[in-house]
Design a binder for this molecule. Structure first.
Ligand code: HEM
Length: 424
């Protein structure tokens, strides 16, 4: 893909409109390129949303589209707080509390709760798990490789995180694991009528949250009575200042980890197969030397797809960014998808180039205290899966995804694929 030529002017760009998020990603990229050039810190009206009644949905938001500004805001949590919510759309405070846990907190509580999980997700622990994760990826490719065609999302993208995180949390196989992964994978789809069906946005969101709470409510007393080797046991036993987490805190914590780990990696794996289908020259390069090229290829998939499109902060004081006067209490949205195409940071930012070096993308955030906890795990999953897929069914082709209509996650609902079946 080349840089946009027939772009709109910045006055035509309405980041608050659902219709903007239903456009093809290339069109959205063009719009962000215009903003970076002409109005890098624009103000938008309140996001179109049914999560709050219209009389309460009254707050517009600022956008940061340049990578430098996103990094700056990420590293100054005292000015850009997470405690009022992390999405450009507002939720009622009760909905935030039951679903978002420490991602929507500031110091000191944020650091305490985050600290509980830090060890579990350290890169060295992930490397230990690599062969186990690779085993899951191998099994899934074995289950689908003889078919020759199918929806990659259904066959692989949904299942890999479900299996890995199911084991991580010690969720027993069967109904309870299915209930948790299904809820974790639909929760962020509130903006897409094809995911919601006849439910309202809030019904879909709260229904998924409550399903996850029900799973946690069942497992928490079990882990107290019979501790295991899993993350849930770790959470139940953790103490700060001589106090354990309450059941409500544990449930919200469970929702955050289940969603943060499942949905991001699910869409990232679909985005990877789509990218390599769309740019066959890059796939040929990868297939020629998978072991030598897989690490930079994964980084480029993360940059190019930005599986999380944005995070939001709220200003705690007046602050001016590139001439835009942000007032205390204003919402500020950090557009990773835009920072990952920033012409001041990347040469040919619209080109998918697996040899890109350096590749200072911000797919996992712009640094600072909320930086993604699961980056090492996500990288390991993508590395394992892409290695298995392109070693065994290298001609897999899936150029026509059904994109999710979403402003938070860069989702793919379906990814019809074809490949030469592997002989059994
Ligand atoms: C490709 C996959 C993933 C992407 C693109 C991604 C991206 C992100 C981003 C952009 C943030 C916010 C950073 C900020 O606000 O500064 C974040 C936070 C977080 N991520 Fe990930 N993530 C991925 C996978 C995972 C996985 C596998 C886990 C595993 C549990 C995870 C757990 C978290 C948690 C717990 C937070 C909140 C951290 C905090 O507030 O301290 N993520 N992620």
């Amino acid at each position: 893909m080349t840089a946009p030529t027939t772009a709109p002017t910045h006055g035509d760009i309405d980041l608050s409109a659902r219709s903007f998020w239903a456009k093809h990603p290339d069109e959205r990229d063009q719009a962000f390129a215009v903003l970076r050039r002409e109005n890098p810190v624009p103000w938008s009206r309140p996001a179109e949303s049914d999560l709050l009644p219209p009389e309460l949905n009254t707050h517009g938001f600022w956008s940061l589209t340049k990578q430098e500004d996103i990094r700056m805001a990420s590293r100054h949590p005292e000015i850009f707080s997470s405690a009022q919510g992390i999405t450009m759309e507002d939720f009622a405070p009760e909905a935030r509390e039951v679903a978002q846990s420490f991602i929507a907190m500031d110091a000191p509580r944020h650091a305490q709760l985050r600290g509980i999980t830090m060890d579990a997700f350290k890169p060295k622990n992930m490397r230990r798990l690599e062969s186990w994760i690779r085993g899951h990826a191998r099994d899934l490719v074995t289950e689908m490789s003889h078919l020759g065609e199918g929806d990659f999302v259904e066959l692989v993208s949904v299942k890999l995180p479900a299996r890995i995180f199911g084991s991580f949390f010690g969720l027993p196989e069967g109904e309870i694991r299915d209930q948790a992964t299904n809820a974790a994978q639909r929760l962020l789809g509130w903006t897409d009528p094809r995911v919601r069906g006849d439910q309202s946005e809030l019904e879909l969101f709260m229904g998924a949250v409550m399903d996850l709470h029900a799973v946690a409510a069942q497992l928490i007393p079990q882990r107290r009575a019979e501790p295991g080797e899993d993350l849930l046991t770790w959470m139940v036993q953790a103490e700060f200042d001589g106090k354990k987490m309450t059941d409500d805190e544990l449930k919200a914590f469970f929702v955050l980890l289940a969603v943060a780990s499942n949905d991001t990696t699910r869409h990232a794996s679909a985005q990877a197969i789509y990218a390599f289908s769309r740019f066959p020259d890059q796939k040929a390069l990868l297939v020629e030397d998978i072991e030598g090229r897989i690490d930079p290829a994964v980084e480029e998939v993360l940059r190019w797809s930005s599986p999380l499109l944005h995070m939001r902060r709220t200003a705690t004081q007046d602050v001016t960014v590139r001439g835009s006067e942000i007032k205390a209490g204003d919402k500020v949205v950090l557009w990773y998808i835009s920072g990952n195409r920033d012409e001041d940071v990347f040469t040919d930012p619209f080109t998918f180039d697996i040899a890109r070096n350096p590749n200072p993308h911000i797919a996992f955030g712009g640094g600072g205290p909320h930086f993604c906890l699961g980056g090492a795990l996500a990288r390991t999953m993508l590395r394992s899966l892409l290695t298995e897929v392109y070693t065994r069914i290298p001609d897999i082709c899936a150029p026509q995804p059904e994109f999710q209509i979403a402003n938070f996650i860069n989702g793919i609902n379906r990814l019809p694929a074809t490949w030469t079946p592997e002989k059994r």
